[in-house]
Design a protein around this ligand. Structure first.
Ligand code: GRF
Length: 195
């Protein structure tokens, strides 16, 4: 099986990035992490990249809060091309990607979202599930398109909502499911691309 070169983008704690890097290190995910990029200078995800000896970079995000400006997004495309990535893995990346990235990497950018999409796109999806009194929620790995938390679904995992769940306990259980689902979904893409 050909191993896929990954570019991982994140803004925060990086627990999904860690799960992916652990699976690569254990030899159960045929991929190579080529670069980790963050738009947050002191994001823990950059420390995780360092810990696993993966090249990493801080990308100063520019003037906007929820997206990158054109120049910065074009620079990100260059960085990922230079790193020779096959697949871009969003792992808690809090900026909406626009044309430069979407056109440079069509159907090569994936994201994980903490709900069973198409239900509950947007922020704090686990709280949305609690408010809606769902009995089951979960997480979704999907291709990224121009809409937020939207695009063809690659894999999903259900997580039951327990009667005494708080936002914190539910979120924690969804994250445990994410840490298994994301590497598995990437492994599935590796298998598809080398067949
Ligand atoms: C995950 O819960 C994911 O669903 C969402 O952002 C969170 C990132 O968490 N897109 P982490 O940084 O991987 O811990």
């Amino acid at each position: 099986m050909k191993s896929l070169g990954l570019g991982i983008l994140g803004s925060g704690k990086g627990s999904n990035c860690r799960a992916i890097l652990e699976r690569i290190r254990a030899g159960t995910l045929p991929a190579v992490a080529r670069v980790v990029v963050s738009d947050v200078f002191d994001a823990p995800i950059l420390g995780i990249a360092r810990e696993f000896s993966v090249p990493h970079a801080y990308l100063p995000p520019g003037q906007f809060k929820t997206r990158l400006d054109l120049e910065t997004e074009t620079k990100l495309v260059e960085m990922l091309r230079d790193a020779n990535v096959d697949l871009i893995v969003l792992a808690g990346f809090m900026r909406v990607l626009k044309t430069p990235m979407l056109e440079a990497f069509p159907r090569r950018i994936i994201n994980i979202h903490p709900s069973l999409l198409p239900k509950f796109p947007g922020l704090e999806a686990w709280k949305q599930a609690l408010t809606a009194r769902e009995t089951v929620t979960g997480c979704t790995v999907h291709y990224v398109d121009e809409k937020i938390d939207h695009g063809d679904i690659i894999a999903q995992r259900q997580v039951p909502v327990l009667r005494d769940d708080s936002a914190e306990t539910l979120h924690a259980r969804i994250q445990i499911a994410e840490h298994d689902l994301y590497p598995e979904a990437i492994a599935q893409l590796c298998a598809q691309r080398s067949s």
